[in-house]
Structures are given as structure tokens and as C-alpha cells.
Design a protein around this ligand. Structure first.
Ligand SMILES: [Zn+2]
Length: 449
């Protein structure tokens, strides 16, 4: 079959490529061949087997979510006034009811929400593994495959229970050897190497207050042996700072450095409380940060110093975080929220709309160490979102790209992953949104108090 026969031209749109130069084509096109972008441009349209008229919509790279806990869609709006530690102590016993059926329903809901918000690649940090419940990671991978989005699923872990000075209840922590063996098994059966991967596995012990230093070190060694990325929560709250000082005699970033975790194969969620020297160490070592502004505000944790991180040259992406601390799993909302939080800290000039959009696309791809997604350039995956510009909220916005960010969140009109449609006319193509919501309500009924 010729490439023309498999080609589709998306024409008459405002094309945001997110390449290094920030190239945009306000009246342009994207040519897709065999699931990849083969060209973008403006002016005369290239020949293609199919032509889709975008009607002046904005077309951006698909958003990349870099921190989430999909299972938490089952427990929204709990512990409503709590700080992080209080919230966790209230929710751990509820989460201990998780099984593969509930995880599947939760993942379908969370992934559908993200797809409809323009997200084409989702990282999920799952760390609750009650004894005897198998198939949790397989369930979320199945949900991602069915919906058509890419997933980086992590085999997270907790092995520091309350009787050893940790935060989680003892019945929710695992044995170190079992964690490592299960992580290696999942990597062997699910992880795809190389460009275009739809399913990948990351290694992600939960946090300094729920994981032993030995498991942190052994997780890093395993990840580096298998070539997998490493992730954890870090420096989310001032209480965590105090906890680390009491238990380990140092602050979280110094603790991470002792464990050989400051490295370019690591990204950490939150990092709200980084000092200037912490930021310098992250930048020197290439360690990245998943910025989750709505969750940080919801739990009263603070506002991460993202402007300082970017000025230092750090890798920064965006995450919705779990839906128990950000009840709306909408990644475009996080693009707007990142802009607002940066300005709340640093004034109106602290971040541009396009910088915020870059965090949600290229920034996320860089955290996952992927150069095949996050931008629309010849050879990258045809992963993109199309945003209508003819609705009420963009009336009067001459700069439609800035208008989108300032007025977000939005429902994507179209979402394409690897050249395949996942969302069309604002609806899921491969699944029924109402059916997902109904099935989810039944499973969530098992998590009420
Ligand atoms: Zn989290």
C-alpha cells in the first residue's frame, strides 16, 4: 500500500507544533502517514488520501499527564478539609478494598476524563496492593488499550508501615522482595521499548514516609538494570519536611540524594518545598518534577516554585494527581492552573500561556524520557488534540492559543493517538461515556464509608 493511501491531511487549523522554536501555523495543516506526523506547514496543501477540515480549530500536541492515581476516582470528595497526612490516614483503609474489577472501572473513568481533556499519554502511579489481590496493573493497562490512549503504568510500593514509623497501616505494606519480583515480572510482560510505545512500566516507590530507604535503593537498582524510569512523591508538604528531619536527620532532597535518586532517569511529584539549593541540585543532576497545582491547592500544600525551576533549566511537566485530591481529572485545567499558580507567586509576567502549554506537552514527554511524543514534527507520533474556536468562550480572542489557556478547561473536539481517533465530535470513539460512568458508580459503591 502506498503512503498516500494511508495518509490523512488535517487542514485549515491553527497548528501548534511545540518544536524547539515554538513554530505555529495560524492557518496550516498536519500530514499524518502510518501513524506518524510526516509534515506540518501552511500554504499549498500536500496530497493525501483523506482530508479533514478543522474549520479554524486549534490543533496541539496531545497532553502528557505525569502524575496520577487512577484508582482514586473511586473516592472523590473525601476528607474535605484535611491536610495531606490527615487525608492519607483517613483514606488508606478505604483504599485497601481495591481489587482488579474496581481498578478497571476506575481506570476507564480516569482515562476517559483525561482523553476528553486532550491527553494522549497517561502516567499512573499505583502503590496500593492489598495482599492477595492480583491483576491491578493489568486492569489499568487493559482500560488504556480499550480506550486507545498510551499508558506508562508504574508498579509502586509501600513497605514502611505505622509500626515501623511510617504513615500507612501495616496491613497495606508489602515485603521488599515481593515488590521487586512483581515489578520485574510486569516489566517483562508489559513494557515496550523504543519509539511509539503504547504501554510502558515505571518503578515508583510511594514516598519517604511510606517506603524504607532500602526499598528506594533497590528499586533504583532494578529500574537501572531494566532501563525503566523512576518516580516518587517528594517535598509535597511542610509536614513531610519535618517527618524526614525526624526520621532521617535531613530534608527530603538531601535524603533522595543519599539514596542515589537525584538523576536524569528520575522525576518526582510535587516538589512544592524546594529551596534554591535544592533546585540547583535538581538542575545539575537532570532530576525532573511533575507539577500538580490543583492538588497542591486542594490539600493546602502550597505552590511549587515552577518559574525558578524553569529558569534553572529543570525538566518540569504537569500532572492532575489522583482524583481524591483533584476531583477533576482534566489535564487542560492543569495547564491553566500552572499559569495561575506561577503568576500567584511571581506576578503577571511569571509565565506565558504558551509556556504553560509547553509544560503540559513537551515538558511531560521529557519527564517520561520520550522524544516521540509531545511535539508535532516529522517522525513524531501522530498524537494530537483539536480544540474548537467557534464556541462562546473564545469569542473575541484574536490569539486563539492564548485564549484556550486563559479560558480553559475545555473538552477536546478530537483526539488522535498514533493516527487513530480516540475522541471525535467531543465523544469517545471506542467506548460509551455513559456506560463507563454507570459501571464506575456500581464499583464506587463498595468504597463508601
Ligand atoms: Zn500523588
Amino acid at each position: 500500500m502506498s503512503t498516500i493511501a494511508q495518509s490523512t491531511l488535517y487542514a485549515n487549523g491553527w497548528i501548534v507544533t511545540m518544536d524547539d522554536a515554538g513554530t505555529e501555523h495560524p492557518s496550516g495543516w498536519v500530514l499524518v502517514e502510518n501513524g506518524l506526523v510526516s509534515a506540518t506547514g501552511s500554504g499549498p496543501e500536500p496530497e493525501a488520501a483523506a482530508r479533514i477540515d478543522l474549520g479554524g480549530s486549534v490543533l496541539t500536541p496531545g497532553l502528557v499527564n505525569t502524575h496520577h492515581h487512577l484508582y482514586q476516582t473511586l473516592t472523590r470528595a473525601r476528607a474535605q478539609q484535611a491536610d495531606l497526612f490527615t487525608w492519607l490516614r483517613e483514606l488508606y483503609p478505604v483504599w485497601s478494598r481495591i481489587d482488579a474489577e474496581a481498578e478497571y472501572a476506575a481506570a476507564r473513568t480516569g482515562l476517559a476524563e483525561l482523553a476528553l481533556s486532550g491527553c494522549t499519554t497517561v502516567f499512573d502511579h499505583h502503590y496500593v496492593f492489598p495482599r492477595g489481590r492480583d491483576g491491578l496493573i493489568e486492569a489499568e493497562v487493559q482500560a488504556a488499550r480499550e480506550l486507545g490512549v498510551r499508558i506508562v503504568a508504574s508498579r509502586g510500593s509501600m513497605d514502611l508501615g505505622v509500626s515501623d514509623g511510617g504513615l500507612p497501616p501495616d496491613e497495606l505494606v508489602e515485603e521488599l522482595d515481593a515488590v521487586l519480583a512483581e515489578t520485574e515480572r510486569l516489566a517483562g510482560s508489559l513494557h515496550e521499548h523504543g519509539p511509539g510505545a503504547h504501554v510502558q512500566i515505571a518503578v515508583a516507590p510511594c514516598s519517604p514516609f511510606s517506603v524504607t530507604g532500602r526499598l528506594m535503593e533497590e528499586s533504583a537498582a532494578l529500574a537501572r538494570r531494566l532501563g525503566l524510569p523512576l518516580h516518587t512523591h517528594l517535598a509535597e508538604t511542610l509536614e513531610e519536611d519535618a517527618y524526614c528531619v525526624e526520621l532521617y536527620g535531613c530534608r527530603p532532597v538531601e535524603y533522595l540524594e543519599r539514596l542515589d535518586w537525584l538523576s536524569d532517569d528520575v522525576w518526582c511529584a510535587h516538589c512544592v518545598h524546594l529551596s534554591a539549593s535544592d533546585i540547583a541540585r535538581f538542575a545539575e543532576t537532570g532530576t525532573g518534577v511533575a507539577h500538580c497545582p490543583t492538588s497542591n491547592l486542594r490539600l493546602g500544600a502550597g505552590m511549587a516554585p515552577v518559574r525558578d525551576m524553569l529558569d534553572a533549566g529543570m525538566r518540569v511537566g504537569l500532572g492532575v494527581d489522583g482524583t481524591a485530591s483533584n476531583e477533576r481529572g482534566d489535564l487542560f485545567l492543569e495547564v491553566k492552573q500552572a499559569l495561575l499558580v506561577a503568576r500567584g507567586r511571581g506576578g503577571g509576567g511569571a509565565m506565558t500561556a504558551r509556556e504553560a502549554l509547553r509544560l503540559g506537552t513537551r515538558g511531560g514527554a521529557a519527564l517520561l524520557r520520550r522524544d516521540d511524543i509531545g511535539s508535532l514534527e516529522p517522525g513524531t507520533c501522530a498524537d494530537f488534540a483539536v480544540w474548537r474556536t467557534d464556541g462562546l468562550e473564545l469569542g473575541g480572542a484574536e490569539d486563539a492559543v492564548a485564549g484556550l489557556v486563559f479560558s480553559g478547561p475545555h473538552r477536546a473536539d478530537r483526539l488522535v493517538v498514533g493516527g487513530e481517533e480516540v475522541v471525535r465530535d467531543g465523544e469517545l470513539v471506542r467506548a460509551d461515556e455513559a456506560e463507563i460512568a454507570r459501571a464506575h458508580r456500581i464499583e464506587a459503591g463498595r468504597f463508601t464509608s
